[in-house]
Design a binder for this molecule. Sequence first.
Ligand code: GLU
Length: 271
Amino acid sequence: MTRPVRVRFAPSPTGPLHIGGVRTALYNYLFARRHGGKMILRIEDTDSQRFVPGAEAYIIESLEWCGIHIDEGVGQGGPHAPYRQSERREIYLKYALQLVDAGWAYYAFDTADELNALRAQYEERGKTFAYNASVRERLATSLALPADEVRARIERGDQWVVRFKMPADETVRMHDLIRGDVEVNTSTLDDKVLYKSADALPTYHLANIVDDHLMEITHVIRGEEWLPSLPLHYLLYRAFGWEATQPEFAHLPLLLKPTGGGKLSKRDGDK
Ligand code: GLU
């Protein structure tokens, strides 16, 4: 059964809406209109460090100015409200812990200072530190520590994060509506943080997948800068058991600045 088309524009309020963001919003809007679907505006404001006051109002005003009409979302309401991720924070912990219970994620207790020291040690040896299968069973994680110590640390209020347990050596096969088939080996990827106890907030990856699922998004149309995150996103859908309703993905090529007659992606399409 084909589902009704639902797309979303999901900006982070970290500054003014730039032309790349407008292009992404426009493609989503046109795709929704073409297929009689819904255009959703979700504000992804879980990165408290990068939050810029006033950016959300600016984004909404810019979309209105461009004539891009939002059917559902921040400023409009709808069946999946709230659409601002900071107002959905209690949803995400449950999903992070579900992944830990299922063995797809784990607790990590390393402090920022410890991680900085590790990075420096690796650098001294001419290497780059990556949090992955080669270290996760040797560091302060729930994969290495006894279960009662993990519980004790959490109970006494030590700070922790939940990290995704990236499979050590697996080829993830993905499909992008623009690029076609894409393959990546997981040995090139690290164990991304999904949730942080320090601010009781998810990171982009977890919140984005959980919300796309709960908001019944059918197509994710976004900038190409998110393509490197796609293997993790595929694996998150698998880890949650949501593959049957996983959205289709389309990563839009970056907009290039005109450089005086050089290659211009816009012109390539005109021939
Ligand atoms: N919040 C992300 C951004 O600022 C959204 C990326 C996505 O569409 O998945 O671009």
